[in-house]
Design a protein around this ligand. Structure first.
Ligand code: AMP
Ligand code: MG
Length: 338
């Protein structure tokens, strides 16, 4: 199959809507990462997503909708879910709510709940409107690889496996949405993202973060969010995270670089002077830029032939929590404290 890349203009959106209505999968831009979309209520179309990605069947998908009205047709919304939608939709927040029977089992991996999000990207909104569908879409990468934040990444992973990618340019946020369980009285963050626990607490009064969001699952522990069971976001080169006071972190990373040929360093711009003479990738000026660049840089490091990536740990506050969640999984929890 040849994969077509179409600009996300009116003509492209009409073509993509037709493909979705015909049961095909389409690469779609969103403000978080590129998604691999299909008609959420068509089980055969959804099966094609799992097939193209090589995604384990026990990892449920996020269903994209225009807003609250469409969400209400798919799930039983709690007052908490509604207040979070009112505060953060459209935007990078996914809400987990009890599903209604119309939602096929394959979408939720058999769970009694469904994950819902209203994206803010204009092309994705136009596609939802034009197709009239709810669009199930996980990230448009091969399962386990860094998420795609540009159309080139989708093509690198899925060229020949899907008919069409809508090109909406690079993704603004660069990290997947915050996933929040809104089935109870208090919000519980299952996967951190750009909508931070601090922002959610400001609306809901409080916000819990699932412990498994920031550490590996224990033997036999049930995953609240099944996606956390799987190795994720990983470049081909092994990644090591180093945590501690800046001077000691830099000394440790420099030592590791001296021991291993082809190592490269991934740090914020302001930390580059500590790594002069080494091969470096800059995460940018702040955590927002780091989120925007992270997945693209992991892919670039592989393309540059990097044999090991050494990254400084980031502060686990605000957007830093989401960045560290992704980095820790990309490192398969190889986190060295110094
Ligand atoms: P992706 O779309 O690839 O970014 O992955 C979607 C994320 O949402 C995964 O981590 C899933 O485990 C999570 N998710 C989807 N549906 C549910 C659900 N019903 N309950 C809990 N987590 C979910
Ligand atoms: Mg994903």
């Amino acid at each position: 199959m040849e994969t077509r890349r179409l600009p996300a203009d009116q003509a492209g959106i009409i073509k993509a809507a037709q493909a979705l209505k015909a049961g095909q999968v389409v690469g779609v831009p969103t403000e978080t990462v590129y998604g691999l979309g299909a008609d959420a209520l068509n089980p055969r179309a959804v099966a094609a997503i799992f097939e193209a990605k090589g995604r384990p069947a026990d990892n449920p998908l996020i269903v994209h909708v225009l807003g609250k009205a469409q969400a209400q047709a798919l799930a039983a919304l709690t007052p908490l879910a509604i207040s979070l939608m009112d505060a953060f939709w459209p935007g990078p927040l996914t809400l987990v709510a009890p599903r209604l029977p119309v939602v096929p089992d394959i979408v939720t991996a058999g769970l009694p709940t469904v994950a819902l999000r209203a994206p803010s990207h204009p092309a994705m909104r136009a596609l939802l409107l034009e197709s009239g569908l709810a669009i199930a879409a996980p990230s448009a990468n091969r399962s386990g690889a860094p998420s795609p934040t540009a159309p080139e990444h989708v093509l690198a992973d899925l060229s020949g496996l899907i008919p069409l990618v809508l090109d909406g340019g690079p993704c603004e946020v660069g990290l997947e949405s915050t996933v929040v369980d809104a089935t109870g009285a208090l919000p519980l963050v299952l996967r951190p993202g750009a909508v931070t626990p601090e922002m959610i607490a400001a609306v809901a009064g409080d916000c819990l973060v699932a412990p498994s969001a920031m550490r590996p699952l224990k033997e036999g522990e049930a995953a609240l969010s099944p996606g956390l069971r799987h190795r994720h976001y990983a470049p081909k080169a092994p990644l090591t995270l180093v945590k501690g006071p800046p001077d000691r972190v830099a000394a440790h990373i420099r030592r590791l670089c001296a021991q291993e040929e082809g190592a490269c360093v991934l740090v914020l711009e302001e930390r580059l002077p500590a790594y002069q003479g080494l091969s470096t990738f800059s995460l940018g000026q702040d955590l927002g830029q780091a989120a925007h660049r992270l997945f693209a840089l992991l892919r670039q490091a592989d393309e540059a032939g990097c044999k090991r990536i050494l990254a400084e740990a980031l502060p686990e506050e605000g957007l830093g929590l989401a960045l560290m969640n992704r980095l820790a999984r990309a490192a398969d929890f190889d986190i060295q404290s110094v």
